[in-house]
Design a binder for this molecule. Sequence first.
Ligand SMILES: NC(=O)c1ccc[n+]([C@@H]2O[C@H](COP(=O)([O-])OP(=O)(O)OC[C@H]3O[C@@H](n4cnc5c(N)ncnc54)[C@H](O)[C@@H]3O)[C@@H](O)[C@H]2O)c1
Length: 335
Amino acid sequence: MKIYTAALIGAGQIAHTHLKALRSSNRARPVAIADLIEERALRLCSEYDLKAYTDYKKMVLEQKPDMVIISLPHFLHKEAAVWCAEQGCHILLEKPMALNVAECLEINDAADRNKVVAAVGHMQQFFAEHIEAKLIIESGRLGKLVMVNDKRWGNYFQASRPAWFLEKAKSGGGVVINLGSHSIDRIQWLTNSRIAKVRASLTYPGGSSDVEGSAALFMETTSGVPVYISLSGYKGVPANETELLFTGGSMRIRTRVELSIGTDGTYEPISVPPATETFVAQLESVLDAIEYRKPLSISGEYAQSIVAVVDAVYRSHETGIEQQVSPELLRASRN
Ligand SMILES: NC(=O)c1ccc[n+]([C@@H]2O[C@H](COP(=O)([O-])OP(=O)(O)OC[C@H]3O[C@@H](n4cnc5c(N)ncnc54)[C@H](O)[C@@H]3O)[C@@H](O)[C@H]2O)c1
C-alpha cells in the first residue's frame, strides 16, 4: 500500500486538526510544515517530529510531498494552490476555496493541467448527523422537500480571531464567505442540488473591520426549493442548525448535537450511527480520489459552486437585486 507524504502550509488555528487526521491515517504521513511565523511551524513540528520551514516553496521543492494541505488566509489560497499544483502536488485546500470564482477557475485549471486532485475542506459533509439526515432525505420517507431554514449565529468578532479575517481584502468578507460557506455546502449537499438564485441583505458593524457582521439570505435551489439562511456574527445566543420542511414532516439538524424528526407536533431525536472523525473522513475521501479516482464530493469544481453563491450574495447586497448564479458555475457533478 502506498503511503502518501503530506506537507502542511500554514500552522495556524486549524493546522493541528489536519495534522491529527494525518497522524491517524495509515495511508498518509506528515513530513513538514511551513509558516511565515517560524515559532508556529516549530511548535507543531516538535510535537510531531517534523521539519519546519518558513518558506512553503522551499519546503515543497525539498520534500517533494505527494500532497499539501493549505490552511492559509483566504487571499493566499489561489497563489499557493496554483503553485503547488504546478509542482505536481495533490491539494487539500481549506474552505472557502478562494476569494472569488475567477480565482477558483484558476485553481481548477491548474489542477486539471497538472493532473492532480484539488479538494476543498467542506467538512460539513462528514458530520454523523448530516450523513444520517441525507440518508433520510434520500429515502423519501418524509415526502417532498418544500423549504430549508438554516441558522448560524456566533460571536464572530471575538478577540481570538486572527486579524486578517476582519479585513475584506484578505478574507473576502465576513460571516458570509466564512460561516455562510458551511451553510451553503450543507444545504447543497443534503438536498443534492445547487443554489441558483440569491437575494441578500447584509449589515456591517463598522469600527476597525470592513467585513459584514450579519446576513439574511433568501435563496432558491436548482430544484426550485426556497432556502433561507440567517447568519450573525454579533454577540448573543449562538446557533448552528438547519430545518428542512417536507410534505410529510420536518427535520431539525443541530450540527454536532442531534438530529430530530417531527411528524406529529413535536420533534423526536433519532439515533445517529457514529461516523469516522470529521477531518479523518475528509482526508480519507481525498486519498480515495487520489489513489482510486473515486468521485470526490468536496472537489474543487464543487467548491467553486459555493464561491459562486458567495459572489452572488455580495452582488445582490450591493445592487439590491436578486442575482442568478451562472448555470455554467453550477456544472459541478451531483453528489
Ligand atoms: N473547516 C473549518 O472548520 C475551519 C476552521 C478554522 C479555519 N478554517 C480555514 O482554514 C484557513 C486558515 O484559518 P486559520 O484559522 O487556521 O488561520 P490562522 O491565521 O490561524 O492561520 C493561518 C497561518 O498562515 C500563516 N501564513 C500566512 N502567510 C503565509 C505564507 N505566505 N506562508 C506560510 N504561512 C503563512 C500565518 O502565519 C498563520 O499561522 C482559512 O481558510 C479558514 O477559513 C477552517
